[in-house]
Design a protein around this ligand. Structure first.
Ligand code: NPW
Ligand code: K
Length: 594
C-alpha cells in the first residue's frame, strides 16, 4: 500500500523540509525537473539521444518552474527545445523565476496566449510536448482561450498526436489534484511524472483517463506521510491505495492472517465463521447465490443462503457446498440469528424492494448490534455528537487464526503499519443493493440502526439515494480547486452512517467513520473494465461477508475484498462473467503464496 497525498499535504511536507534547512526549494525544483527527464528516457529509451525536439508549456507557478528546468536539461543534452510561458515572467514565484532566467541563457521564451502558432517558432514535429502549466496549485477552471483545447491535443502544424508524446509534469493541467475532477480544458497525457507521492487526483474520477501512465519520482523528501518529523498528519487524514500490483503487501498480510493454517486439532468449520446470505423469492435467488459463492471461496467456514420457503427448491437445486434454509420474514431471521455462530450476514442482492426488506434489515441490525454500555446503534457518530472526537484506532480483536507467517520479502512500501480502526463487533453485516435502496425515503431510519460492524456497499445510484446532499456536492461541476472529492464524500457518508462505506466504481473508495480511508483503483496496471458485469457487485458483497466471517475488521474486509475482486478479474481476463470471479480466487491465492 502506498499513501496518497493531497495538495495541502504535499505543500506541508515540502515546506517542513525547506524549513528544516535540509533542502532548498530550488534544489527540489531541480530534482523534479531531473526526475521528469529521467522518466522520459526510462519510458522511451529511443529518446535518450541528442537529436530530438521538445515543446515545453510553462505556467505562472512552480509547476512552470519545473518546466524551465526540463527545458534547460534537455537543451544541455542536445535537444532542440522551444518554451512557451503562460503568464507574466515578472510575477513568477522566486524559484521558478530563477529557472526562467537560467533557461533564458540558453533559449528564448515565447508568450503563450492560447495558441502555439507563433511567427518565430522553429521547432516543428516535436517528439515530446511537456505540460508544465499547472500542478497542485490549480485553483480555478483553466481558461486559455478557444484554441487551447485543440492545441494541447496536437501541437498544430506538427503532425498527429500519434507522433508526439504528451508528458504532464506532476498532474495534467486542468485536473484537480485532490478530486480528479476537471477544471476547464484538461491536458491529455501519455505519461505523468509526479513527485514524492501519488496524488488523490491521479486515481479518482478523470485522473486515470487524463494522466496516461503515472511515474512517481523521489525528490529526496522524507519517505511516508506519517513517517517522520515532516508532514506528520493525523491518521484520520490519510488515504492509502494499492496503486499498482507490486504494492499489495498489506492485503497479503491481512489475508495471511485469516487464511493461515491453524493448528490441526483446533480447526473445524466454525473456526472460520458462518456467513448467512439472505435471498429473494423464486426467480430472484441468483444474486444471493453469487454472493454465497464469493463468501465460501474467500474462506468462510460455512455459508448458508436463507430464502423464503417458496424459493427453497430453487436454491437447493443449485447449491452444493452452500447450505440453504427457509427463512420467512423478519421473525424468521431473528430466530435464525439466535444461533450465535452466525457471525456475518449479507442482505440486499436480489432481496427486492418490498416492505419485508426493510423489516429484514432492521431485524438483522438489531440482532447483530454490539451489546453493552456505549455500544448501542446510533452512538459515536461525530455528526450526532460533533464535539466527540473520532474514535481512535484501537487494538485489533483477537483472531481465531494463529499469527501469520511472513509471505515472502516485503516490497518497498512508503507506509508505516496502519493502526486498526477500532474493535470489531462480534457480528457483522453487509448491506448492498435493495437493502440500501429500500431506505431511499427514510435513510435516517437506517442510519439510526447501523453499527460499527456494518459495511454498506453502494454504487453511485445507491449512494445518491442514501446521501442525496453529499452526492449533490460530489456531482456538482468543480469550480474551485481543490474540489470536493469522492474521498471527501465517502468519509462524510461513513461518519453519518456510523459504519464502513465502500463506494463502488473504477475508483472504489472505502471509508471508516474514524476517517481511515483507502482507494481500490481498477485503473492503470489494474484496469479491468470487464469487471463491470451483471452480478459482479453481488459477488463483492459476498466476498466482504466471507472475510467478515473470518474475523476481519469491516474496514479491512471491505478493502481486501475489493482488491481481491479486481485481482480475480485481472487474473481471469476479458470475457469474465460474475460466476467466474469466485472461481478465480484459488488461483489468486496461490499466486499470493497463501
Ligand atoms: N510542493 C513541492 O514539494 C514541490 C512542488 N513542485 C512543483 O510545484 C508545483 C506547485 O507549484 P505552485 O504551488 O506554484 O502551483 P502551480 O500548480 O504551479 O500553479 C500556481 C499558479 O497558477 C495560478 N493559477 C491557478 N489556477 C489557475 C487558473 N485556472 N488559471 C490561471 N492561473 C491559475 C495561481 O494563481 P493564483 O491562484 O494564486 O491566483 C498560481 O500563480 C507542483 O505541482 C510541482 O510541479 C516541484 O518544484 C518540487 C517540489
Ligand atoms: K502540469
Amino acid at each position: 500500500m502506498t499513501e496518497l497525498l493531497t495538495a495541502a499535504q504535499m505543500r506541508a511536507i515540502e515546506q517542513a523540509a525547506i524549513a528544516s534547512g535540509e533542502v532548498t526549494g530550488l534544489e527540489l525544483m531541480e530534482r523534479a525537473g531531473r526526475g521528469v527527464v529521467e522518466a522520459i528516457f526510462e519510458e522511451w529509451p529511443e529518446l535518450a539521444t541528442t537529436s530530438h525536439k521538445a515543446v515545453v508549456l510553462c505556467g505562472p507557478g512552480n509547476n512552470g518552474g519545473d518546466g524551465f528546468v526540463v527545458a534547460r536539461l534537455l537543451k544541455e543534452w542536445g535537444w532542440e527545445v522551444e518554451v512557451f510561458l503562460y503568464g507574466d515572467p515578472e510575477k513568477l514565484p522566486p524559484d521558478a523565476k530563477v529557472n526562467y532566467e537560467r533557461w533564458g541563457e540558453l533559449g528564448e521564451t515565447f508568450a503563450f496566449s492560447g495558441t502555439f502558432y507563433h511567427p518565430e517558432r522553429r521547432v516543428a514535429y516535436p517528439d515530446v510536448f511537456f505540460d508544465a502549466l499547472f500542478g497542485i496549485g490549480l485553483t480555478r477552471p483553466v481558461d486559455l482561450g478557444e484554441e487551447y483545447a485543440d492545441t494541447a491535443e496536437s501541437v498544430p502544424g506538427d503532425g498527429l498526436r500519434g507522433n508526439l508524446r504528451h508528458v504532464a509534469i506532476d498532474i495534467p493541467s486542468g485536473l484537480c489534484s485532490d478530486s480528479g475532477k476537471v477544471l476547464g480544458a484538461p491536458f491529455l497525457a501519455d505519461m505523468t511524472v509526479t513527485f514524492h507521492g501519488f496524488k488523490h487526483g491521479h486515481l479518482l474520477d478523470f485522473g486515470p483517463t487524463l494522466s496516461g501512465k503515472v511515474i512517481c519520482k523521489d525528490i529526496g523528501l522524507p519517505a511516508g506521510v506519517g513517517s517522520g518529523a515532516f508532514g506528520n498528519f493525523p491518521y484520520s487524514d490519510r488515504v492509502t491505495s494499492a496503486f499498482d500490483r507490486e504494492l499489495q503487501f498489506d492485503q497479503v498480510m491481512r489475508l495471511a492472517k485469516t487464511r493461515v493454517k491453524t493448528p490441526h486439532d483446533d480447526v473445524h468449520k466454525y473456526t472460520h465463521g458462518h456467513a448467512l446470505i439472505l435471498s429473494g423469492g423464486p426467480g430472484k435467488t441468483g444474486a444471493a447465490r453469487l454472493a454465497a459463492r464469493g463468501a465460501l471461496r474467500i474462506g468462510a467456514g460455512l455459508v448458508t443462503v436463507g430464502c423464503p420457503q417458496t424459493a427453497l427448491w430453487e436454491v437447493a437445486s443449485q447449491v452444493t457446498a452452500i447450505m440453504c434454509r427457509p427463512l420467512d420474514g423478519a421473525p424468521g431471521l431473528t430466530e435464525a440469528l439466535e444461533d450465535e455462530r452466525i457471525n456475518a450476514l449479507c442482505l440486499g442482492p436480489g432481496l427486492g424492494l418490498g416492505a419485508d426488506t426493510q423489516a429484514l434489515v432492521l431485524a438483522a441490525l438489531k440482532a447483530t448490534a454490539p451489546r453493552g454500555p456505549g455500544s448501542s446503534p446510533g452512538q459515536d457518530r461525530s455528526e450526532h455528537n460533533p464535539a466527540a472526537p473520532a474514535p481512535e484506532p484501537g487494538p485489533r480483536p483477537t483472531s481465531t487464526a494463529a499469527p501469520a507467517p511472513e509471505p515472502g520479502p516485503r516490497p518497498a512500501s512508503t507506509t508505516p503499519p496502519a493502526p486498526e480502526p477500532g474493535p470489531r463487533p462480534a457480528r457483522a453485516v453487509v448491506l448492498d443493493a435493495d437493502a440500501l435502496t429500500r431506505f431511499e425515503r427514510n435513510p435516517q431510519v437506517l442510519f439510526d440502526a447501523l453499527h460499527q460492524g456494518c459495511v454498506l456497499t453502494p454504487h453511485a445510484g445507491e449512494f445518491k439515494r442514501l446521501f442525496p446532499d453529499i452526492a449533490e456536492k460530489l456531482d456538482a461541476p468543480a469550480t474551485t480547486g481543490p474540489a470536493y472529492s469522492k474521498v471527501d464524500a465517502t468519509r462524510e457518508a461513513a461518519k453519518r452512517a456510523g459504519c464502513t462505506i465502500l463506494f463502488k466504481g473504477p475508483d472504489t473508495v472505502i471509508a471508516h467513520p474514524s476517517g481511515q480511508c483507502s482507494i481500490n483503483s481498477s485503473a492503470y496496471e489494474r484496469a479491468a473494465p470487464w469487471l463491470a458485469t451483471a452480478g459482479s457487485g453481488d459477488v463483492l458483497s459476498g466476498m466482504i461477508t466471507g472475510l467478515l466471517a473470518r474475523g476481519l475488521h469491516p474496514f479491512d474486509a471491505a478493502g481486501t475484498a475489493a482488491w481481491l475482486h479486481t485481482e480475480c478479474a485481472l487474473s481471469f481476463g476479458p470475457g469474465l462473467i460474475a460466476e467466474d470471479i469466485p472461481e478465480e480466487l484459488p488461483k489468486v491465492f496461490r499466486a499470493l503464496g497463501l
